[in-house]
Design a protein around this ligand. Structure first.
Ligand SMILES: NC(=O)c1ccc[n+]([C@@H]2O[C@H](COP(=O)([O-])OP(=O)(O)OC[C@H]3O[C@@H](n4cnc5c(N)ncnc54)[C@H](OP(=O)(O)O)[C@@H]3O)[C@@H](O)[C@H]2O)c1
Length: 216
């Protein structure tokens, strides 16, 4: 698949490199295509990726992955232009820093970042995914000591086709995709990111853990 990734930082870069390894073509959409954080993933991927402006990237692919900081979301969506019919995979978390240095969500409970993104991205088919773990787990989701268990990738959205595409992209990276329901379930998936961050910090910022499901 041709995948446009808006933002080429920790998350965008890790996902781009991993999807390129799985055979997808990556179009990074960034503000300055010739410089900055895009350069290391571009160099590593080689011919399997390019970097262009945000509108050019969004125009070039039917699947767009949004991986910008939350405060940049509205600008990035405006820059993308016409999103009708596009699959928009939202990896962002609406994090805000508390006075004591801890994190909370700037929206939640009665809405979610993903639902706010859907309001901004007119006509796009929004799927929440790739938001509950640190990027290190997108770069490498292999857990050799997990007795065959795969890490889950929770996702949600209101469009079955867009969710199927997202599930395939999660499988391609070695995840066990778990459909959690409609886009409103992002109200549960975004706090899960906070839980992951808190556990990671408690363990000395060890990012190498994920959720998995045990089934009978
Ligand atoms: N870090 C994690 O492990 C992790 C895991 C799951 C989800 N998330 C979420 O994923 C998102 C990205 O996190 P990150 O750690 O990858 O951030 P990051 O390393 O700071 O990278 C952010 C990227 O977004 C770009 N960007 C910023 N403003 C933009 C704009 N207005 N238009 C287009 N691109 C813009 C930046 O480009 P410039 O170089 O031009 O600034 C950069 O490439 C956040 O919402 C975060 O909460 C993070």
């Amino acid at each position: 698949m041709k995948i446009a990734i808006i933002g080429a930082g920790n998350v965008g870069g890790a996902l781009g490199k991993a999807w390129a390894k799985a055979g997808h073509y990556i179009i990074f959409g960034v503000r300055n295509p010739g410089q900055g954080k895009t350069q290391p993933p571009l160099a590593e991927i080689g011919v399997g990726a390019t970097a262009v402006t945000v509108p050019d990237a969004a125009r070039s692919a039917d699947i767009i992955v949004l991986a910008t900081p939350w405060p940049a979301v509205a600008d990035a969506i405006t820059a993308m232009g016409d999103l009708r019919g596009k699959v928009l995979v939202d990896c962002t978390n609406p994090l805000s820093l508390n006075g004591d240095g801890s994190l909370s969500l700037s929206v939640g409970s009665t809405t979610s970042g993903a639902e706010e993104i859907e309001k901004l991205a007119t006509g796009a088919q929004v799927v929440k995914a790739f938001n509950t773990y640190g990027w290190e787990n997108f770069a490498n989701s292999a857990y050799p000591n997990a007795a065959g268990l795969k890490p889950v990738m929770f996702y949600c959205g209101d469009h079955d086709g867009a969710k199927a595409t997202t599930a395939k992209l999660a499988s391609d990276l070695g995840f066990d995709p778990v459909d959690t329901g409609g886009l409103g379930m992002a109200r549960s998936l975004e706090p899960l990111a906070l839980l992951w961050i808190r556990l990671s910090i408690r363990e000395g910022r060890n990012p190498n853990f994920t959720w998995a499901r045990l089934t009978r």
